[in-house]
Design a protein around this ligand. Structure first.
Ligand code: FAD
Ligand code: SIN
Length: 534
């Protein structure tokens, strides 16, 4: 089947949905999403969305917090754009119908998370993402110009490579003409020709054994751009959330929001000691890279698999009222958080790098935009400030919408692109090889390319990944496509990109911490413990 659409949007999280709503007035929009439309990382976001709403907060303070958390590797112009546009984007969410918690006076009940010097996180209880996803999806489903295909998996981007023209990393005008999309129910591979394509495919937490990300987060968009010879950046900066509920073998790991630490919860080791002040004067509310490393160290020193998050001293009713989802979840495993400490451990959470984009969400490939977690805008630098990612998605989907809507009338469909050729392919009977390889890959990444790295560990990971790469390509080249083999192939590509970027970075910085290059002191380590002032 061949299908034409003005805008092809791959992904139905905050980045894809908000873009679709904006460009729908300019043309036909097709959203494809690999499972149910609402099964996204967006849906699971807890803490909220950071934005400057009232004094004493200012854009300057939020900019400075973002730069400090990012270990000053952020792109200052992108940081300024994102933060100064935060208020407008949040107002738009409100107009779409998103409901954020307010205090009795009617002002927003702003939360605080690690690395923020002010209360600025808008939230809806501890289920902010669900509120956003639900509201945007409702709007999208009502829109006459938007079609959604659920259970459709984007396999590869269409470029001149599919017309037999050689494309490599130095080709200056690689152009995207749409994508091959696998209909998971019928196994048909559809050729979707689009004038503009947006990748909004989210993160890649499933590269690791333990992650807060839903199963859809397999780095597909990043891998597709890598195969299409587009530019990917900063993949070494993988954020581990310090406090995922320790409840093996549950996967994904349930998140215990950082907002709980903002509310006063304290980290303790298994001896009951509040250890964070040993590592950073900001204690439990230091930026995430520091807290995750401190927990990792405590666990290694004591030979423990988890530490505790202590809420026992917090006012019971307020605690339950602010964090009903966490309270209910912990109860299901026998933990009443008002009386018992919560076992937590770090888990892979967020990819700070990704598809390189500019101020307008444009990738290095013509007519291809990227937004949300799959993109690397330059906002996060070496470590993302908590709750800046929902904001980033909104800002750059908005900008990508403005830019692409301006250009759409001058773009033509590339009808010469051939349909997918499945000649000579066979059904994969060896699914066990695929599931086993995914586990092997996750174990390599968790052992050698995790919170603490070294040259020896990275080299060892790369050697093992090379074997897995060859074996996977061999199966892929012989198989009739299925989602599992495609996801494995994408995970291998992302694991390779993370490892190679980590090997290339000859310093410890932000989330990339290596024993071979001791960290140098930066502004972020000279902070006043309470005010965050330098
Ligand atoms: P997602 O919301 O993940 O959507 C990705 C979409 O792409 C899905 O629809 C998926 O099906 C689709 N897709 C992927 N690959 C393919 C393919 N090959 N073919 C077709 N479709 C595909 N950030 C904050 O700012 N504040 C928070 O409080 C917060 N809390 C979080 C809590 C948790 C548990 C997690 C996991 C993340 C949290 N984050 C938070 C991060 C934030 O939620 C994500 O970065 C953000 O939601 C990403 O949005 P997105 O639109 O880029 O991707
Ligand atoms: C959290 O609620 O702790 C997650 C926030 C984020 O990832 O930005």
């Amino acid at each position: 089947m061949r299908y034409h659409t003005d805008f092809l949007v791959i992904g139905s999280g905050i980045a894809g949905l908000s873009f679709a709503l904006k460009v729908a007035q300019k043309g036909k929009v097709l959203i494809v999403t690999k499972t149910r439309a609402d099964e996204t990382a967006t849906r699971y976001a807890q803490g909220g969305i950071a934005a400057v709403m009232y004094t004493p907060d200012t854009y300057e303070k939020h900019i400075r917090d973002t730069m400090i958390a990012g270990d000053e590797l952020n792109d200052p112009e992108i940081v300024r754009i994102t933060i100064t546009e935060s208020t407008a984007r949040v107002k738009e969410l409100l107009e779409w119908g998103v409901d954020f918690d307010r205090t009795e006076s009617g002002r927003f009940d702003l939360g605080k998370e690690g690395g923020h010097s002010e209360y600025r996180v808008l939230h809806h209880k501890d289920q902010t993402g669900l509120e956003i996803e639900k509201t945007l999806l409702k709007r999208v489903l009502e829109h006459p110009n938007i079609t959604i295909w659920e259970n459709h998996f984007a396999v590869d981007l269409l470029t001149q490579h599919h017309l037999g023209i050689e494309v490599n990393k130095r080709t200056p005008d690689i152009t995207c003409f749409g994508a091959y999309i696998l209909d998971i129910e019928t196994n048909e591979i559809k050729t979707v020709l689009a004038k503009v394509t947006l990748l909004a495919t989210g993160g890649a937490g499933n590269v690791y054994s333990s992650t807060t990300n839903p199963p859809i987060a397999t780095g597909d968009g990043i891998a597709m751009v890598h195969r299409a010879k587009g530019v990917i950046e900063n993949m070494e900066f993988i954020q581990f959330h310090p406090t995922a509920l320790f409840n093996p073998p549950e996967r994904p790991s349930f998140l215990i929001t950082e907002a709980l630490r903002g509310f006063g919860a304290e980290l303790r080791n298994q001896k009951g000691e509040a250890f964070m002040k040993k590592y950073d004067p900001r204690g439990s509310l230091a930026p995430r890279d520091i807290v995750a490393r401190a927990i990792d160290n405590e666990m290694k020193i004591h030979g423990d698999e988890f530490v505790y998050l202590d809420c026992r001293h917090l006012p019971k009713n307020e605690l339950i009222n602010h964090f009903p989802n966490i309270y209910a979840k912990c109860l299901t495993i026998g933990i009443d958080i008002t009386h018992t400490m919560i076992p937590v451990a770090p888990a892979a959470h967020y990819v700070c790098g990704g598809i390189k984009t500019d101020q307008w969400g444009r990738s290095s490939i013509k007519n291809l935009y990227a937004s949300g977690e799959c993109a690397h805008t330059g906002l996060h630098g070496a470590n993302r400030l908590a709750s800046n990612s929902l904001l980033e998605s909104l800002v750059f989907s908005h900008r990508a919408a403005l830019d692409s809507a301006k250009n759409i009338d001058s773009i033509e469909y590339k009808n010469e692109i051939p349909d997918w050729n499945a000649e000579g392919m066979m059904l994969t009977e060896e699914m066990i090889l695929i599931t086993q390889t995914i586990r092997e890959l996750q174990s390599i990444m968790s052992s050698y390319v995790s919170i603490v790295r070294s040259n020896i560990r990275l080299e060892r990971a790369l050697r093992r990944l090379e074997i897995i790469f060859r074996e996977t390509e061999d199966i892929y080249n012989r198989s009739i496509l299925n989602v599992k083999i495609c996801e494995l192939r994408n995970l291998v590509a992302v694991a390779y990109l993370i490892t190679k970027s980590a090997m290339a970075r000859k310093e410890s910085r932000g989330l990339h911490y290596t024993l071979d290059y001791p960290p140098i002191k930066r502004a972020s380590e000279h902070h006043h413990p309470l005010t965050g002032e330098l």
